[in-house]
Ligand binder design. Sequence first.
Ligand code: URA
Length: 240
Amino acid sequence: MKLDRLIAKHRSLGRSEAHRLIAAGRVLVDGLCSLANQHEIDRFTRVELDAEIVQSPQRALYLMMHKPAGVVSATVDAGHRTVIDLLHDPDKHTLHIAGRLDRWSTGLLLLTNDGRWSKQLMDASSKVPKTYVVETDSRIPSDAVAAFAEGFHFAAEDITTQPAELVLLDDCRARVTIHEGRHHQIKRMFGRLGCFVTALHRESIGGLTLPEDLLPGQWREVMAEERGLSARSKICCSTH
Ligand code: URA
């Protein structure tokens, strides 16, 4: 919502009266005077008019977790433990997952209550790279690198996967980077080559890499600098 609209709504005023209050320097946004009627205000922004609080900010959460095998990437599940169950934070039920991992996959999982951040990371159009280490039950064929670069047609969605990079680590291990996130994408791509994925571990999403000292089941805040943004709020969290 724009600042002028918020002020007008809060005081039951017309838009031009709100403009006058803003122009008079009576409105603070996150503690600083704003003269911009069109200042974009989201639910994480604090807004004051004179000494009065117009909007209290919601606490923004940006977390990374080392997802262990066997835990479901979901906020609720009737039958299994979820990644939310591993967290100890009073606001954990406001979180959603930015890029799920299958139940038996492991590695970097991002959780947030800021839809703009997760959208930016997960939108196919953003082409944010996601890197995985994959183990297979059989030898990865020599033409796999070219096949991943070319893309696979998925009939169910009628799409062809974007070029992916495959680096063979040994006969049955590879590092794969994809730039989108289709359902079971990596398993389906290896399936096309006749390989069954026996282990799948996500190492990184964009510039965020799973820290070596973050053990399975542990989580921590993603700092503002790591998100490439200015600090929005200080978040306290501990490891599991
Ligand atoms: N691709 C898969 O097949 N599974 C995952 O968990 C992530 C990507």
